[in-house]
Design a protein around this ligand. Structure first.
Ligand code: C2E
Ligand code: MG
Ligand code: MG
Ligand code: MG
Length: 270
């Protein structure tokens, strides 16, 4: 079967995807077991400065080391975790692991920022602030080293709760990034209302930046918006030298993508 993969794309349906209620329930049980047995992993993808190529940070991306099916990406399980509420436990594990790894890199003398994805449900969780601050305290990592990535959609589900939570987190010194910028349904006024430090331009625009004039115009407008509001601008999913050159000429600050590195397990250096 075929399903809409967003922004004009069609994707062949993954035969392992959990469609029916029974499949989803089985996956949920497996996820609970996986959490208890420590089968989740974090991979880290560097964020580099487009001018010069220095690594300024990494994004933590969750993986599941499945006993039979091998290493699975979040596309295979994050939706079921989110829908069931298991994302709270998984998200707590992700935060703690990412902060622990940041502390290990600090101890090795390489301080970088670590970006962590926060789901819609996590953002609505009144315990999020406590979860983040206790992870920082446990591992002795300053709040300024953490970037929390949030989508526009997550901001809009319960804007009042999101606003007060993000104000506390930003007040403690954490950076807030808007992930997949340009693909949500929020009005731009949230950029004034919420404490936002960074815009991550979605890969769907970046992939067209060389050949598509409209995509280049959209990316250029995002870069301009970010710069004029004093926000860091990050291009997601940069795969070619040509894309990097165009992004640099448009004035984009940072980039992530296979051109620089795929996400990979933590080594001694980020
Ligand atoms: P995202 O946060 O927008 O992450 C970027 C995705 O693009 C990652 O996919 C990354 O592996 C992939 N990517 C990076 N560079 C390239 C490139 O050059 N080309 C292509 N084609 N892809 C690239 P991944 O790891 O499969 O994650 C997918 C999504 O799952 C993430 O999108 C994020 O929304 C969610 N996710 C990942 N880890 C977590 C997590 O720990 N917690 C939560 N709540 N969500 C997560
Ligand atoms: Mg992200
Ligand atoms: Mg993204
Ligand atoms: Mg994305």
């Amino acid at each position: 079967s075929v399903k809409d993969s967003g922004r004009g794309g069609l994707a062949v349906h993954d035969p392992h995807a959990a469609d029916g209620a029974a499949d989803r329930l089985r996956l949920l049980q497996e996820l609970r077991t996986a959490l208890a047995q420590g089968e989740f992993r974090l991979h880290y993808q560097p964020r580099v400065r487009l001018a010069g190529g220095a690594t300024t940070g990494v994004e933590a991306l969750v993986r599941w080391q499945h006993p039979e099916r091998g290493l699975l990406g979040p596309g295979e399980f994050i939706e079921v975790a989110e829908a069931s509420g298991l994302i709270r436990e998984l998200g707590a594990w992700v935060l703690d692991s990412a902060v622990a790894q940041t502390a290990a890199w600090n101890a090795a003398g390489v301080g970088v920022q670590v970006s962590v994805n926060i789901s819609t449900r996590q953002l609505a969780d009144p315990d999020l602030v406590l979860l983040v601050t206790s992870a920082l305290a446990r591992h002795g990592v300053p709040a300024s080293q953490v970037v929390l990535e949030i989508t526009e959609t997550a901001l809009m589900v319960d804007p009042e709760t999101a606003l007060s939570t993000l104000q506390v987190l930003a007040g403690l010194g954490m950076q807030i990034a808007v992930d997949d910028f340009g693909t949500g349904y929020a009005s731009l006024t949230y950029l004034q209302r919420f404490p936002v430090h960074e815009l991550k331009i979605d890969r769907s625009f970046v992939s067209g930046v060389v050949d598509s004039a409209p995509d280049r115009a959209i990316v250029g407008a995002c870069v301009h918006l970010a710069r004029s509001m004093g926000l860091v601008c990050v291009a997601e999913g940069v795969e070619t030298d040509e894309q990097r050159d165009v992004l640099l000429s448009l004035g984009c600050d940072l980039a992530q993508g296979y051109l620089f590195s795929r996400p990979r397990p933590a080594g001694s250096r980020p």
